[in-house]
Design a protein around this ligand. Structure first.
Ligand SMILES: O=c1ccn([C@H]2C[C@H](O)[C@@H](CO)O2)c(=O)[nH]1
Ligand SMILES: [Zn+2]
Length: 131
């Protein structure tokens, strides 16, 4: 799957976003090395702090389907002209499974920029930090 196709999947997932409070729809698509794609959207809650981001939804779907390794690229599509980079909580959750992950930050026009998770979360705390 090309970056453009993965970006398209992330953009489409914004249609499932449940964001009655922020009105900021986000979609995510996580590509694995065998071609499997796990998708997600943000799901908000009346108790605002219980909200889950699109990229963590995709992460939890992957892990709960037994896919904890071999993640290659994550596309995150927000709303508006700004590129949608992952929040701190998502960077930390992603670092656990894929510290070298390629991240594509997408805007609503489908334009995107890329960075590695190690650039987004340098000197991160991960599983090896506990040894
Ligand atoms: O990278 C991001 C940034 C924000 N959000 C969601 C959380 C909340 O529902 C809304 C506004 O922050 O956007 C994501 O899903 N991913
Ligand atoms: Zn987040």
């Amino acid at each position: 799957m090309t970056d453009k196709e993965l970006v398209q999947r992330a953009l489409e997932m914004r249609n499932f976003s449940y964001a009655p409070y922020s009105h900021f729809a986000v979609g995510a698509a996580l590509l694995c090395e065998d071609g499997t794609v796990f998708t997600g959207c943000n799901v908000e809650n009346a108790a605002y702090g219980s909200t889950i981001c699109a990229e963590r939804t995709a992460l939890v779907k992957a892990v709960s389907e037994g896919r904890t390794t071999g993640w290659t690229t994550l596309a995150i599509a927000g709303s508006g002209a700004d590129f949608c980079w992952p929040c701190g909580a998502c960077r930390q959750m992603l670092y656990e499974f894929a510290p070298q992950l390629r991240v594509l930050a997408v805007n609503e026009h489908g334009q995107f920029q890329q960075a590695s998770l190690s650039e987004l979360l340098p000197m991160g705390f991960g599983p090896s930090s506990l040894k």
